[in-house]
Write a protein that binds this ligand. Structure first.
Ligand SMILES: [Zn+2]
Ligand SMILES: [Zn+2]
Length: 327
């Protein structure tokens, strides 16, 4: 399961209701901030999840509505939070701009006790754990060196409880070892291998995140079969020409992509203040009913084969990681 918390869902400039682009993907112990528009740090506080472990930042591209909040966030991390290293991932173009912002301005006048690693993205794997992988793929958006991200849970093999009981595997830590891939020896000397008690592998959940995008034909393969696709919908169909001119898409185009590629749920973000939210929902729903339009501080869970589920503010606050003695 993955979760996504939206901090800012506006396009280009903030509105009264919507801040600039930023969201966090929660994956087990890991947290990833995707983009960091101006105002993000206050939205993180308002959401209640806190700054803890938010030390990996994935940047879709270099436009200011996606990166300007980094200056303030880094300054706060360095002064107030126990975050010692910060990994910032982006294309070369994006990192050049982030470097100028952080090193010429924020860190240009004083040394701050935070180590910043600027990590250049290439298409492919970014990070893998026992539970999931994160990878990047190229996105076309005004030639700015943009990337989208795929969060993919690893395949799982269910533990066949009845089979295990029939073989005499006791309830207890032995079962955990079998699930982890180790064979065990029973008291009577029989060896039980994982294959004897684990079922067919099933895929885990897939979350695909795409920020600003002007062309959909070259990302179809990455989107195919996703449980949830998060993508911009800056314009409505009535302004499709303007959308194309500025390297953006419409709500209808996003919905068509989701429908054609067998996506389970679609979450639209990067909403322009030109339109009312109801117009965006109506246009997308006419093509793809399982569409949500994200609002600031919305929180969704993403599970394999299920619709994205909207969680409550209480759920979001419950994700706050209280400092522990080891940290
Ligand atoms: Zn943008
Ligand atoms: Zn942009």
């Amino acid at each position: 399961m993955f979760e996504i918390v939206f901090f800012g869902t506006s396009a280009s400039a903030p509105s009264i209701q919507r801040g600039l682009s930023s969201q966090a993907v929660l994956a087990g112990e890991y947290r990833f901030l995707i983009d960091c528009g101006e105002g993000t740090q206050r939205q993180i506080l308002r959401s209640g999840i806190g700054f803890k472990r938010l030390n990996r930042i994935l940047l879709t591209h270099a436009h200011l509505d996606h990166i300007l909040g980094l200056g303030g966030l880094v300054s706060t991390f360095a002064r107030w939070e126990s975050i010692e290293t910060l990994d910032i991932y982006g294309s070369r173009t994006t990192l050049d701009r982030v470097h100028a912002l952080l090193y010429n301005v924020v860190l240009g006048y004083e040394r701050l006790p935070v180590q910043i690693n600027l990590l250049e993205l290439k298409p492919g794997l970014i990070l893998e754990t026992k539970e999931f992988t994160v990878s990047a793929f190229p996105v076309t958006h005004r030639g700015s060196g943009s990337f989208g991200f795929i969060f993919q849970e690893r395949q799982r093999r269910p533990f066949l409880v009845e089979q295990a009981a029939a073989l005499g595997v006791p309830a207890g830590p032995e079962r955990g070892r079998l699930v982890a891939g180790d064979s065990i020896t029973l008291d009577d000397g029989r060896v039980i291998t994982p294959d004897m008690v684990l079922g067919e592998a099933t895929n885990g959940a897939t979350l695909v995140y795409i920020g600003d995008i002007g062309r959909l034909d070259n990302v179809r393969q990455y989107v195919e079969g996703a449980d949830t696709l998060v993508i911009e919908s800056t314009f409505l169909d009535q302004d499709a020409e303007t959308a194309a001119r500025f390297g953006h898409i419409t709500a209808r185009q996003a919905a068509e992509l989701a429908r054609e590629m067998g996506v389970r749920s679609l979450i639209l973000t990067h909403v322009s203040r030109r339109y009312r939210e109801a117009q965006v929902i109506e246009e997308a729903h006419s093509v793809f009913p399982d569409t949500f339009v994200a609002r600031d501080l919305d929180h969704y869970s993403i599970r394999r084969g299920k619709l994205a589920e909207k969680l409550t503010r209480e759920d979001t606050r419950a994700r706050n990681i209280a400092p522990t003695s080891e940290e």
